[in-house]
Design a protein. Sequence first.
Length: 154
Amino acid sequence: MAEYFKEPEQVLDYVHEYIEDRSGELGLAFVGYGEERLIPEYPAILITAGPVLREIHGTHTFQMTFVLEMWIYHAKLSESHRIRTREDLLLVTAVRNAMHDNLRLFADYPTNIDPQIIFGHVSAEDPAFINRGRGEAVVGSRIMWTGLSQTRFK
């Protein structure tokens, strides 16, 4: 069995670096790690770890499901609602396509050598009007990414 990611921080670190390396082509000015409060530039994305589910999959094997939430903040409130919504959806599409270009989180992407998970995909996209606190509200979306892995136990 291949050696896949076993811990949520491994998945979060990989995806954060993967998106940060592509931030320019995705149209993102800032890529945040975890629940950062300060977003210095927009559009931005915050990538956070969600639940980890483990179930018995076979002899001495856990099937693990990792969940990441990616919060996209558009924030151009000077634009019309229609333009903001469309631009936000374009950002979501770009991030989804980037994640779907690397469904196995290859260690040596794009040569597709050494997969780090069995399979991962964007499982949900939710447009939202996000309240950032202190009266700051931005147009944005939540993307949920789900990845499957396996690990052995004794």
